[in-house]
Design a protein around this ligand. Sequence first.
Ligand code: BTN
Length: 332
Amino acid sequence: MESTRSKLIHLLQDREREYVSGQVLSEALNISRSAIWKHMKELEKDGYTIEAAPRKGYRIVHTPDKLSANTVKWGLETNWLGQRLHHYSSVGSTQLHAHEFAQQNAEHGTVVLADEQTRGRGRLNRSWHSRKGEGVWMSMLLRPEIEPHRAPQMTLLAATVLAEVLKTHCGMKPQIKWPNDILSNGKKLAGILTELQAEHDQIQYIVLGTGINVNHEAEHFPEEIQSIATSVRNETGQSFELTPFIQALLQTFEKRYEEYMEHGFQRIKLRWEAFAYRIGERVVVKTAKREWRALLLGIEPDGALKVCDEDGKEEILYSAEIKWGKDEDENT
Ligand code: BTN
């Protein structure tokens, strides 16, 4: 059920910058006019500036830059993604919260956002630096009706969405390192963590986490990652408001997700390839069992990585790390 607050936001949003009378709002929401007034006061606490004029009603004249469930939902043009949205100023990890919501039967498309994570998680049990107010630390709860073996395609789908939005919204030329690293000039800008809960060959849910370094200055990163991490601001010399950036991400993700559900992985694959990094180059491939030099050939129709070793033997990999550098021993 949509909350009264989000219904109110939608009603005001439908007539952006125009007055909507207290009577209209109270009838549409089936609450008293004094309850409407209380909701307006709550919106003001979130940083909105609301004008109330006698006989005309209410209108929003300023939407705050401060991240909140309301500011993100205001103007969010999605049908289901982020329409249930939980925002926290500080959490351990948005992934954990999204898992909890999932286990309480939260809806497909529920989003968890935080200004800061104190125990942000990366792939391969690494930690993820998530400085307050400077990046997008977000987890989406998805309940796709696909077989569990296709879940890794969601990671590639998310990577193409991030790359697409960084290109169109921020004017960047990002690249994707298989499967999920978004790079700019060889440094890591963003990462994706896909966690799957499946039973009896059926996906219960997926928690798809994205971490994007947006407004960090170089010295805001911990020293040990300063040489390998970057941010949108570092790369473009410009800071970006987080709210419109998150809205663009959610809108693009919803569109591409629906395209994937309708047409399968083929279109995502083409988009992914347009952003692919180091295809056709020599790298070092590392799996849980071994590490070897190989040529990156590309991705398979299902999204798996195809490599060729120094003896010309081709292999298809579903889980691996790619490294390179002077001696192919530096990792990004
Ligand atoms: C990686 O590249 O290793 C994946 C990083 C994923 C980080 C995001 S930030 C939001 C969500 N919450 C987490 O704890 N991790 C993911």
